[in-house]
Design a protein around this ligand. Structure first.
Ligand SMILES: Cc1ncc(COP(=O)(O)O)c(C=O)c1O
Length: 427
């Protein structure tokens, strides 16, 4: 075998073996189901399908069209919208499509700040800036880990934005959309909700549904709490045909050419699974997140928002400044096979991104592996050993491996009970 191929296969196998012994706790990741993964390996991967369904620029797309039609319908039904675009390649790409449609160098936008947990695509140095816009950021209430309502009202009135953007990557609590409704109307702005992190929770009715609260458009990644392939969606109830056309053209030809048809098919499988299993899954995610928050708190780890039940989503934010800082601890946890990430806390400035005060934990993948509240207590104990007790990560790793032995199968999907890493046995 070619030495490069051999090398790459070996890395993939090693990664898989490693992750089958890890606690995957990065809040933006998940584990795709076997049925969805099968579609990622399908021959749809080899095709191009530019242009509208049923009227493509290239031939050979009759089955591709059937799939895309079905996946769009599933998305429309699940989110209760008239318009669902399943072409964006990722959450960032979905955001770019909306910026292409509604933004521009002469437009004004308000958004959450990156140090308050917003995603880089909403920053001046990310996609918003690339569209020639300078975001004005909302004031933040650190105790509430949410927007400062009165300050946000004032900012929107002062700026009179064309677009008011909401949604974050450290997304513990829903923004006060309802309370801001009058201000949106007063100013006449479009309201855009980036639901990348909480898309699966929204689909299941377990988090604020911004579409019911009147936002104009929602974007999202389909591989976080919605456990599908790496992809993105744009969802809307467009006010008229012009808005629908703008959104569609924002995606193609705006910011993408081909839209990776194997992942459209995989997304369809994930959406079908979402419809059948999503509610139970989302319920368990939120319950696990709260249980982990409580278990960490009881072990003297400073989880934010104790008084608010820690979170309403899959995510916890933890201040670890006194234990050595986010980067140091994320690396130690990795040595112990606990995979999480360092994170800015609202009081850090963006320049301290190298060694921020915090860690972010997500429980959606652990939940997918079948863990429940009792296991959250065990997970908290393992985290505490590394963070508070300064135990040797190599020792903790052995306990992590033992815990994972009983949780190596994928749940809340059609092939429930299949091993999480079975498909890699060919390597
Ligand atoms: C709020 C938010 N928006 C957008 C994205 C980008 O999504 P993707 O990584 O799918 O491009 C993320 C990623 O984590 C996110 O947290």
């Amino acid at each position: 075998m070619n030495k490069h191929v051999k090398y790459i296969r070996k890395q993939a196998r090693k990664h898989t073996e490693w992750f089958s012994n890890c606690l995957p706790m990065i809040a933006s990741e998940n584990i795709i189901s076997p049925a969805a993964r099968e579609m990622m390996l399908s021959d749809f991967q080899d095709k191009y399908a530019e242009g509208p369904v049923g009227d493509r620029y290239y031939e050979g797309n009759k089955y591709v069209d059937n799939v895309e039609r079905r996946v769009k319908k599933l998305a429309r039904d699940i989110f209760g919208v008239d318009y669902a675009d399943v072409r964006p390649l990722s959450g960032t790409n979905a955001n770019q499509a909306v910026l292409m449609a509604l933004g521009g160098p002469n437009k004004k936008i308000t958004a959450p700040d990156v140090s308050d947990g917003a995603h880089i695509s909403s920053a001046r140095f990310g996609s918003v800036g690339f569209r020639g816009m300078e975001p004005k950021t909302y004031p933040f209430d650190v105790d509430e880990m949410n927007l400062d309502l009165e300050g946000t009202k004032k900012l929107i009135r002062d700026v009179e934005p064309d677009i008011a953007l909401f949604g974050r990557s450290v997304f513990l609590f829903p923004p006060p959309l309802d309370e801001l409704k009058d201000v949106f109307e007063e100013v006449g702005c479009k309201v855009w909700y980036d639901g990348a992190h909480v898309l699966g929770l929204i689909a299941a009715g377990k988090f604020q549904n911004p579409l019911e609260e009147g936002v104009d458009v929602m974007t999202g990644s389909t591989h976080k709490t919605l456990p599908g392939p790496q992809k993105g969606v744009v969802l809307s109830n467009p006010e008229d045909e012009e808005m629908e056309e703008k959104l569609s053209a924002g995606a193609f030809p705006g910011v993408l050419s081909n839209h990776h048809l194997h992942s459209v098919a995989a997304l369809g499988v994930a959406l079908a699974e979402q419809r059948k299993f999503g509610e139970k899954y989302a319920e368990q995610i939120v319950s696990n997140a709260k249980a982990l928050g409580q278990a960490l708190y009881e072990r003297n780890i400073e989880v934010l928002c104790v008084d608010k039940g820690f979170t309403q989503s899959h995510t916890l934010a933890v201040d670890v400044e006194e234990h050595g800082g986010g980067e140091t601890l994320a690396e130690k946890l990795e040595e112990a096979n606990i995979i999480a990430n360092k994170n800015l806390m609202p009081w850090d400035d963006v320049e301290s991104a190298g060694e921020p005060s915090g860690l972010r934990f997500g429980v959606q993948a652990l939940t997918r592996l079948g863990m429940k509240e009792n296991e959250m207590d065990e997970v908290a104990e393992l985290i505490k050993k590394v963070v508070v007790d300064d135990a040797k990560p190599s020792k903790v790793k052995e306990d992590v491996k033992t815990l994972r032995e009983d949780f190596d199968k994928i749940h809340y999907c059609f092939d429930e009970g299949e091993k999480a890493n079975k498909h890699w046995q060919i390597l």
